[in-house]
Design a protein around this ligand. Sequence first.
Ligand code: ATP
Ligand code: MG
Length: 358
Amino acid sequence: MTKPLAPNATIGVLGGGQLGRMLSVAASRLGYRTHIFEPGANPPAGHVADQVTTAGYDDANALRAFAATVDVITYEFENIPTEALDILEALRPIHPNRDALRVSQDRLTEKTFLRDLGLTTAPFATVDDADSMTAAVAEVGVPAILKTRRFGYDGKGQARLKAADDAAQALADMAGAPALLEGFVDFSHEISVIAARSVDGQVSCFDPGENVHKDGILATTTVPARMSGSQRMDAVLLAGKILNALNYVGVMGVELFVTPKGLIVNEIAPRVHNSGHWTQNGCTIDQFEQHIRAVAGLPLGDGQRVNNVVMENLIGDDMDRLPDLLAEPAAAVHLYGKADTKPGRKMGHVNRITQKTA
Ligand code: ATP
Ligand code: MG
């Protein structure tokens, strides 16, 4: 048994968005402090944290000073620059580890890792220029999606190819960034598994949720997802396999496509995940507490689902509906404290709860 973080210890969090905010709240409930490191001013997580450092990831002195005040470091996003990690890792433990970041920062490394684990992914090929694009279309076929290898989120950095004729435009859309062409998966629906692994190797998965995207952004997650018992077991087993292979500590989001031929892994996120927000009102222990427990060296908690939940993201103008949402019975509203509403910006979410059916 590893020695857990003592009460009142400080957890450093890289990134000050809504995920960092909800991690801070969970940490606080377990008696820990948090220190947020975030380049942007007035970060949502800063409102509920013990300390905030406003500095860039290229500021070595700020990174060292931050590390000196914390006992362990975690993060809410995967695109942390390598140089910053080098500095931090020399000073404090970072969970999830470098391997998890290395694998998930680049879609090529990620897909290769998943395939080498024996899991099924969409067919893929790298694209750097017109020649490799032609070769990739020949290999992968159409329809297909061209995605930048790095820094994609909410469907950004992606171009769809309905036919081979669309190749030139799709390549132009990448603006020279290294890319990956993925064969289009004919899925019936999308699900995700939010999985956790403790320092001691204990693994616990939340019930898979069914995800619907609008304009490339997650709109709703519904639990239970439409899945057979054996699909559910497959989903949980493959998530456990991924966590074990990475010697992972913390919560991970595993996005999957459900097809008649079985589950296909879309991508993994080495952090708490938007599609796991339902756990806040669907489980005794939610994904944020589970992550903090793992990072702090505590045993994982009881993540069993106790309610049916539909999580709806509140994006941009959805905030205008707030009075109605607040008046709804059996609806828990979670807001991120962002001052400005912008189109496409995640402002909060609502968890609608009904009695557990399955
Ligand atoms: P997010 O931040 O929402 O996770 P992302 O920008 O990292 O998104 P992906 O998850 O790769 O991008 O893709 C976004 C959505 O596009 C997927 O949830 C799915 O609906 C669709 N999509 C992605 N890849 C494929 C594919 N190979 N076949 C079919 N649909 C796909
Ligand atoms: Mg995704």
